[in-house]
Design a protein around this ligand. Structure first.
Ligand SMILES: NC(=O)c1ccc[n+]([C@@H]2O[C@H](COP(=O)([O-])OP(=O)(O)OC[C@H]3O[C@@H](n4cnc5c(N)ncnc54)[C@H](O)[C@@H]3O)[C@@H](O)[C@H]2O)c1
Length: 341
């Protein structure tokens, strides 16, 4: 290699510019990444959780991944979750993502990645909602948001971009302030009726599409009877539902091995019954028609969150910023390049 490899830093403002208003493109990219993952054209090892004995609610997760095809990149997302930030007016999650060149291994970009993470999570949820609802033969018109922070807002945006329209929009959050704030946000973009529920049961029973985006560490919804109307559940926060609800539902996950870890609700259900028979399949199986989710049972989508999705969106952002001529390289980032000086 005659020249030093380049290294660029991409800000949150640049990421926002590349993804905002392009939700259908991002959803298509996420679908393509799921298909590559299903076809074996990815490497997606376990996420690594850095936890702190003296701060049990905080964590930083490393998600290494590699994607072939058009993405053609290796990389890693390094994402912190400090839920106490929210009370101080700072988002819970913060993240960077490093892209590595597949020929040399050299890192070539560092991207602000909380937006990439929120966008890929929302795109994945909306994609699952659309494909599962279409397979069941009905698009829900009553949505309920259970836990309403940044992720819930992104999921709402991606549902709308993917063709969902709602007559009724329900909200439940432990914090009345957060519920009111999300209600005001919805009122700015929606013409349907907006309800803030005081009881979680009311939200669940009155919604045909339920989005869980809390920060609960263990199940707090226990009664399968709340789900007797067979809703479609986007269980994005992964630890809200008691095993008895998981076991009474048709379960779709993003990756079975990944999902059966870290005390997610499916993991707790597996520990309860000693097998994984309650998992109908993956989202890839739904995309390919191998699994057809039924209409006469609750359907729960539990996405562990795959690093391959972050990588696919990050690669797209990098290409967009490069094409716009706005890529900011760090001169001399790699310096020690001559073998013997
Ligand atoms: N599966 C994935 O791929 C993926 C990706 C990104 C984020 N997430 C998860 O999404 C969740 C939400 O993230 P965020 O950034 O929006 O968090 P946030 O802190 O901004 O918002 C969470 C909201 O949930 C509320 N809440 C907490 N516990 C509750 C409970 N038991 N009942 C009702 N409301 C409750 C809080 O008051 C808050 O308003 C997190 O758990 C995060 O780990 C999952």
């Amino acid at each position: 290699m005659s020249q030093s490899p380049s290294f660029a830093v991409i800000s949150g403002a640049q990421v926002h510019e590349a993804v905002h208003g392009h939700e259908t493109e991002v959803t298509a990219m996420v679908e393509a990444a799921y298909r590559l993952h299903g076809e074996g054209a990815t490497v997606n090892p376990d996420s690594y959780f850095l936890r702190f004995p003296d701060q049990p609610s905080n964590r930083i997760i490393a998600l290494p991944a590699s994607v072939k095809g058009e993405v053609n990149a290796h990389g890693i997302k390094w994402i912190s979750s400090f839920p106490g930030n929210v009370a101080n007016g700072v988002p819970r999650a913060s993240a960077v993502l490093i892209l590595n060149d597949t020929e040399t291994g050299y890192p070539f970009a560092c991207l602000e990645s909380s937006i990439i993470s929120a966008a890929r999570t929302a795109a994945s949820a909306a994609l699952a909602a659309a494909r599962i609802a279409d397979a069941r033969g009905d698009r829900p018109r009553r949505v309920g948001f259970f836990g309403v922070g940044l992720i819930a807002r992104y999921i709402h945006t991606y549902l709308a971009a993917n063709g969902f329209a709602f007559d009724e929009l329900g909200i439940y959050d432990l914090s009345a302030d957060h519920a009111a704030g999300f209600g005001e946000y919805l009122a700015r973009t929606e013409s349907g009726s907006i309800f803030i529920h005081a009881e979680p049961e009311d939200l669940v029973r009155s919604s045909d599409l339920i989005v869980f985006a809390t920060v609960a560490g263990e199940p707090h919804v226990h009664d399968p009877a709340w789900f007797a109307h067979n809703p479609l559940v986007l269980h994005v926060s992964l630890r809200d539902l008691a095993p008895e609800i998981i076991l009474a539902s048709c379960n779709v996950v993003d990756d079975v091995e990944h999902c059966m870890k870290a005390n997610t609700s499916p993991h707790l259900a597996e520990q309860r019954v000693g097998n994984r028979d309650f998992v109908a399949g993956t989202l890839y199986d739904v995309l390919t028609g191998k699994v057809v989710p039924p209409a006469d049972k609750p359907v729960v989508f539990s996405p562990f969150g795959l690093g391959v999705l972050d990588l696919a969106v990050a690669r797209h952002v990098y290409d967009q910023v490069t094409a716009s001529g706005q890529l900011q390289e760090v001169p001399g980032f790699f310096h020690e390049m001559k073998r013997y000086g």
